[in-house]
Design a protein. Sequence first.
Length: 606
Amino acid sequence: MYDVLKRHWGYDDFLPGQREAVETVMRGRDSLVIFPTGGGKSLTYQLPGVCRPGVAVVVSPLIALMIDQVEGLRANGIAAATMNSASELAEYVDTRRDLREGKLDLLYLSPERLMADDMVELLREARVSFFAIDEAHCISHWGHDFRPGYRALAGLRARFPEIPIHACTATATEAVRADIVQTLGLHDPAILVGGFDRPNLTYRVRRRTRLIDQIGEVLARHTGEGGIIYCIRKAEVDELCAKLVSLGHKAVPYHAGMTADERRKSQQAFSNETADVVVATVAFGMGIDRSNVRYVLHAGMPKSVEHYLQEAGRAGRDGEPAECVLLYSGQDPMVWRTILGEPQSDAERMAHRKLAEMYDVCRSLTCRHRYFVTYFGDAYPHDGCNACDVCLGENEVLGDAVTVARKILACVARIQQQRSGARGGAPEGCGYGARHVAEVLKGSKAGRVAQMGHDRLSTFGLLAEYAVDDIADWIDQLVGTGHLMRLGEWRTLGLTASGTALMRGEGTVALSRAVKTRPAQPAVDDTPSESLFQSLRALRRDLAAQRGVPPYVIFSDATLRDLARARPLTPTAFRAVKGVGDTKTRTLADMFIAVIASHAYDGVRA
């Protein structure tokens, strides 16, 4: 195992949990592996696929993901192939021949292709060492990304009763794990759960107040680096992407409303690093294997903790520092409830419960790393992470939250009473949104405050010591806690029963606000090393374009940084760098060494 690991992948040792998972597959035992994104789950079946006699058949949900995986394996000198609807006829014929002749280590198939009768017959003629079911959570109705095609894998065991099955996923609760085991018919499986913590990720959760400005602050910290921005709706993707392009950012859109060719071009631009940021719905991500994503930003709240961790987890897969920023509003849960509709089944009711869990995460002021680790039943051994907005002291709990909340609720009530009195009818909401109410409480006469006579209300100026943005944020939080509600098409404010009770002194509430400090940028290497890294990155990009593969297939950012630090000048020294195997030493060493040798370092030739 170690010889193959070093020869093909260029690593001296396994990541935590990988060795146990690899040994389980090597012994031919059924298994279920739950490793976090970036935890190296692909290696748990790729390496045994090379070591064990016969061909390992890997089930993957997306063609783009299969193609990227195969290209990466071939670049490491491994015999891998895929058979899918995008395959050319000649390639398809060659793969069938190689399969029959035992020349393949790994074969990638979609679940639908695997279960087709002609493929079943072909595999029965071949020597299959084991089946690997990647993204196995897709098989479960209880999972966050259920795919009907995966459910057909329930018949895999009956068709190949003697062949081991290795299932793996990055996100699976206890219910999902049990469903995977039962559906696949796993026999006494080894269930291996890796540590869910991603210490290289810094999590930040912010109220969405000034979206473009907030996004701009994140992008400014990652100039020229790759990132993903997730939106809830397709229309939001198009609007935000157009705005970013107008501001000079290299951004491309991705959502299900685009044609397949448009989506492919956006994905390629991001993979090939000709675009720095992709603005997308949740339709984007599973098919991307770019390891050097330096930030993931959610412009709206995801619909579950599992969705969030899978999407945010696409940052920093190379182990280098990365940032995950979530911008949310109290309106987001309502948007999702509209999209999800009224729950009619247990699975739909579960989706609504998961939505509520996600909103609790947004409002919580506990360590983000601790929450995400314990969510999956793991223990978090540290007092704090020093890598989230909470532990970095970027939020503060408002000490007089109840008093502030009662003033806000009273203001909504006074505006509502004035409006209903003027109209001569029963109260039906205050008729104004959060910004207007915040202006009244601030004591501002901007907008329609003076025009509507709201500067004469008893609540005018009650929160004059606070910024309008903060007051509007607290109004949003009170909507989230159920003390206020938004009414009608214009989302105007109204009191709820619990809001009325709190205003009268019954109950309590917690409010928070972000500390107005700009997070420090992550530390970078010294200038010469950073300059060399950028030169190596340019060479990688050129080579990738020549070969028609994504840059990460050449080398990861982590390997390039190690090369920039070590500055090897011989093939032997080049081979010793982490992530450099035999094939890449033979095919790439001379070109990278030439760049290193020509690069000045402290005034001396490297």
